[in-house]
Design a binder for this molecule. Structure first.
Ligand SMILES: NC(=O)CC[C@H](N)C(=O)O
Length: 328
């Protein structure tokens, strides 16, 4: 069955989600990265980017926050674009770990297989693969310009966040060297980890994440700029990875509840992809114990339910074509 929705329906859902969730008090800012503990906890924004590039936005959707693990998505796509999806499957994998994002145990259990580019181990491995290998500046330029193409606007590192994260990323250092031990890192471990830390420290807005999600939803064509950012065949690959592990050990519960492929970050952002239809994003800093924003989850779950956006149902939700302008 096809269910047509229009821009007004989306706006009404986004506004209702904001109103219903704005008083939610659950969760706590991440504090293992000191910068994140200081971000105002009451910030809250929701954005939806439609196929015509229009963004429906409510709340703090222009506040610049740390992209954190949502950055694992663009780097995974870039790696697949550079090497082909099959090589990423072979070298990194596409499985869930069922464990926290920074789990060393996951790496020990699956020695030669970091599982997926959407957890820390696989993401550091993906950073190591980004071409031109061995060239830290060249790799960084490749990652940042790819993210800018996905969002249709510039992105910059939040210096204080980068310093804060670099000063405290001991666990990730262990992961990088364990990857080296198991021959699952494809460039210098320190260089790869620094790239990963820098990409996590990029500042983005909920509006930008919604455009990134919409670019994935439309098979790699940015709806704002109309640029073809990545090969269309990669959209279902990244969307399936997001569906598999986007909320770490809570992914199954999320997918069961919403049917929405999405990816979270400890900065409080969540990006959701409705293939062929739209991109969604929400931002609110307080997190649950798996590191997923409590308020942003509630908001996106509400919108997914109200608009029937789940990808597993028998009803396929599509955007209605806009009415033609009346003839003069
Ligand atoms: N889940 C996250 O957003 C974690 C990202 C963070 N930079 C880390 O490596 O711990």
């Amino acid at each position: 069955m096809i269910q047509k929705i229009d821009k007004q329906t989306v706006r009404a859902a986004v506004e209702a989600a904001y109103d219903r969730c704005k008083e939610e008090q659950g969760g706590k800012n991440a504090d293992y990265i000191p910068y994140l503990a200081g971000v105002p906890s009451t910030l809250f924004g929701i954005a939806a980017c439609l196929p015509d590039g229009d963004v429906v936005a409510v709340g703090d959707t222009d506040y610049v926050f740390g992209i954190e693990s949502v950055s694992k998505v663009p780097t995974a796509i870039l790696a697949m674009d550079q090497y082909g999806a099959k090589e990423i499957l072979d070298r990194i994998g596409a499985d869930a770990t069922g464990l926290p994002f920074n789990s060393i145990m996951a790496l020990l259990l699956e020695k030669e297989h970091p599982s997926t580019p959407l957890v820390n181990a696989g993401a550091i491995s993906a950073c190591s693969m980004i071409r031109p290998t061995g060239d830290a500046d060249g790799k960084w330029r490749a990652i940042v310009s790819f993210i800018a193409d996905l969002t249709g606007s510039e992105v910059e590192v939040i210096d204080e966040l980068y310093r804060s994260e670099t000063a405290t990323n001991f666990n990730n250092k262990s992961i990088a060297w364990l990857l080296k031990n198991y021959a699952r890192i494809y460039d210098d471990p320190e260089l790869s980890l620094d790239l990963y830390t820098r990409q996590c420290s990029l500042g983005v807005t909920a509006r930008q994440l919604a455009v990134m999600a919409a670019t994935i939803a439309s098979g790699g064509v940015n709806p704002l700029t109309r640029k073809e950012v990545f090969k269309p065949g990669l959209a279902p690959k990244i969307t399936s990875m997001m569906a598999t592990v986007g909320f770490y050990e809570h992914t199954g519960d999320w997918l069961f509840t919403t049917g929405l492929p999405a990816k979270t970050g400890v900065g409080g952002g969540i990006m959701g992809v409705v293939p062929g239809v739209m991109g969604l994003a929400a931002f609110a800093p307080p997190l649950d114990e798996a590191g997923n924003s409590v308020k942003a989850q509630r908001a996106l779950a509400y919108i997914a339910g109200r608009l029937n956006l789940g990808v597993f149902g028998t009803t396929r939700c599509v955007m209605a074509e806009p009415e033609p302008a009346p003839q003069a």
